[in-house]
Design a protein around this ligand. Structure first.
Ligand code: SF4
Length: 464
C-alpha cells in the first residue's frame, strides 16, 4: 500500500504563502510514525513543488488549518478524479467535519493517535468509515517518536529563503527538529482552537519519552541542535516544567517554546529554563487593552505586568517574541501607535502580529456571527492578516490599513536596529525572525499612503 501525506499550501497572496514553512509539521511526522512499516509512505509540502496527481497512490492524507482548507479541497478533487482515496484531519477538519466530509472520503476529528491505526485496518478490510473520532483524549505517554527523519535542514545560505531554497531542497526547513512535551490548555480563550482540539486537561509525555525523542533527532545537521517545542503552553504545570528542564539540560540544546506571560512570575522556573538552554519565549500577550483581554476570556494576562514580564525574561538571557492581535472590540485606531511605542520601550525582540481572526466554530466566531459582523466566509481570507469581520471602534478599512502600516513600521530597518542593538539575547534568531517578516510582509502587504492618519495619539505614557 502507498500513502502520501500532504500539507496543503497557504493562499499564495498571503504573507505565510510567500514565506513558506520554516518549521515542519509534527502531526504528519507523528501519523507517519503510527503507520506500519510495510506501508510505503512519503510526506509532501504542496508549497515546495507541483503535486504529481498521476502518481500511483492508495491514500492521500492531508492536515491543516482553516487558511489551507480550500487548497486541500482542490487537491482532494484532483486525486478523487483519479480514484485515490482521500482523507483529512487536523484543526480545520476537527472544527468543520461536515464541510470537510463533502470534499474527502474520510474525516478525522481530534487527535490522530488510535483512530489512524483503526482506519488503516478498516481500509485494508475495504470498510473505511466516513468519520473517525477519539471518544477520549489520548494517553500522551503512548504517542510514538515522530518520524523527523523525513525532514531535512537548510544550508546556511537558505536561512532566510526557505521557499527559494526548497526548489532544490524539497524537505528543507529552517528548524527541522521539533518536539511536543504536553498537550491541552485549560483556559479556552474565545479566539483559540487549542482547547477545542486538545481539550482542557493538561497532559504530559514522560521525561524518558522526551529524552528518547531528542536522542532520535539528527542533531549533527545544520542547526540540528536547535529545537522548537511545539507545546501551546509549556508552563501550565511548573513542577513538570522544571523536571523537564532538568531532564534535557545534558543535551545542551538551544530551544524555543510557547508559554503564557505568567511564566515570568516564577523566578525559579526561569532559572531552570535558562540553565536548560531555552533561548526564546513566544508569548501570547494578544492585547495591550485589559478590557479586550477580559472580553475574550484571557483574564490570566495582566497588561500592567507586561513590561516587568519582558524585563524578567530578558534578565535570564531569553528572548521574547510577543504575539499581538489587532481589532478587538475595545481597539480604536490608536492601537497601532500604542503597540509600536510599547515594543520600542520594552525592546521586544520580535513579534507575531495578526488581525483578530474568528476561526470557524470558535467562541469568537459564534459571537461575531450572531452579531452579523462576519463579512467573509472565504477561508482563503482567514490568513490572520486579512480583516474578515466588522470591528467595533474602527472601520474595516482602518483596521486593515492600520495593521499593514504598523506591521511595516515595526519591521522597518530603523526599528529593528533600535529594538535589538546592544542587548538582544540571541542575535541570530531575532534578526532572522525580524528580517523574514520584513521581507515577506513587505511583499504581501501594500505600502500605506497618508500614514499621518494612524498617528493619533497625543504624547502620553505607554499604555502599560
Ligand atoms: S490562547 Fe493560549 S492560553 Fe488561551 S486557550 Fe489558546 S493556548 Fe490556552
Amino acid at each position: 500500500m502507498k500513502i502520501k501525506f500532504i500539507m496543503p499550501m497557504w493562499p499564495k497572496e498571503s504573507m505565510w504563502g510567500k514565506m513558506g514553512s520554516g518549521i515542519p509539521s509534527l502531526s504528519l511526522a507523528t501519523i507517519a510514525a503510527l503507520t506500519p512499516p510495510d506501508i510505503d509512505i512519503s510526506i509532501k509540502y504542496d508549497e515546495r513543488s507541483p503535486i504529481n496527481y498521476d502518481e500511483p497512490l492508495d491514500i492521500v492524507a492531508m492536515t491543516g488549518m482553516t487558511p489551507v482548507a480550500k487548497r486541500a479541497y482542490e487537491i482532494a478533487a484532483e486525486f478523487k478524479k483519479r480514484g485515490v482515496y482521500v482523507v483529512m484531519g487536523g484543526i480545520h477538519a476537527t472544527l468543520m467535519p461536515d464541510e470537510v466530509s463533502q470534499h474527502v472520503d474520510t474525516v478525522f476529528v481530534g487527535e490522530g493517535e488510535g483512530i489512524w491505526e483503526e482506519f488503516l485496518k478498516d481500509f485494508k478490510n475495504k470498510r473505511p468509515k466516513k468519520l473517525y473520532k477519539n471518544e477520549k483524549l489520548i494517553d500522551l505517554t503512548k504517542s510514538p517518536v515522530p518520524r523527523l527523519d523525513f525532514y531535512k535542514g537548510l544550508d546556511p545560505l537558505g536561512i532566510f529563503f526557505p521557499n527559494r531554497i526548497s526548489v532544490t531542497k524539497e524537505m528543507g526547513f529552517f528548524l527541522p527538529n521539533i518536539i511536543q512535551t504536553t498537550r491541552g490548555c485549560p483556559f479556552d480563550c474565545d479566539f483559540c482552537t487549542v482547547t477545542k482540539f486538545f481539550g482542557p486537561s493538561y497532559r504530559y509525555k514522560s521525561y524518558e519519552q522526551i529524552r528518547r525523542e531528542i536522542e532520535s533527532m539528527d542533531r549533527t545537521r545544520f542547526r540540528g541542535n536547535e529545537v522548537f517545542f511545539a507545546d501551546d503552553n509549556i508552563c501550565c504545570n511548573r513542577q513538570y516544567l522544571k523536571g523537564m528542564c532538568e531532564a534535557i539540560t545534558e543535551y545542551k540544546l538551544d530551544w524555543y517554546c510557547q508559554a503564557t506571560a505568567s511564566v515570568a512570575e516564577d523566578d525559579e522556573a526561569l532559572k531552570y529554563l535558562e540553565k536548560a538552554g531555552c533561548k526564546v519565549f513566544f508569548i501570547g500577550f494578544d492585547s495591550l487593552n485589559q478590557e479586550s483581554l477580559n472580553d475574550i476570556h484571557k483574564k490570566h494576562n495582566t497588561v500592567k505586568k507586561y513590561i516587568d514580564t519582558i524585563k524578567k525574561i530578558h534578565d535570564h538571557g531569553i528572548s521574547l517574541h510577543g504575539s499581538f492581535m489587532f481589532g478587538f472590540d475595545h481597539d480604536d485606531i490608536s492601537v497601532f501607535e500604542n503597540f509600536l511605542e510599547f515594543a520600542h520601550k520594552t525592546q521586544l525582540d520580535a513579534a507575531f502580529l495578526t488581525v483578530v481572526t474568528p476561526f470557524p466554530n470558535t467562541t469568537l466566531f459564534h459571537r461575531l456571527n450572531k452579531e452579523n459582523r462576519i463579512i467573509s466566509y472565504d477561508w482563503n481570507k482567514y490568513d490572520i492578516s486579512t480583516v474578515v469581520y466588522k470591528p467595533k471602534k474602527m472601520t474595516v478599512e482602518q483596521l486593515q490599513e492600520g495593521y499593514y502600516w504598523m506591521f511595516r513600521e515595526f519591521h522597518s530597518t530603523k526599528n529593528i536596529f533600535q529594538r535589538l542593538y546592544g542587548h538582544t539575547p540571541s542575535y541570530r534568531i531575532n534578526i532572522g525572525s525580524n528580517l523574514a517578516f520584513k521581507i515577506f510582509g513587505g511583499k504581501a502587504f501594500p505600502k500605506q499612503k497618508n500614514i499621518e492618519r494612524f498617528k493619533v495619539r497625543e504624547k502620553q505614557a505607554c499604555p502599560t
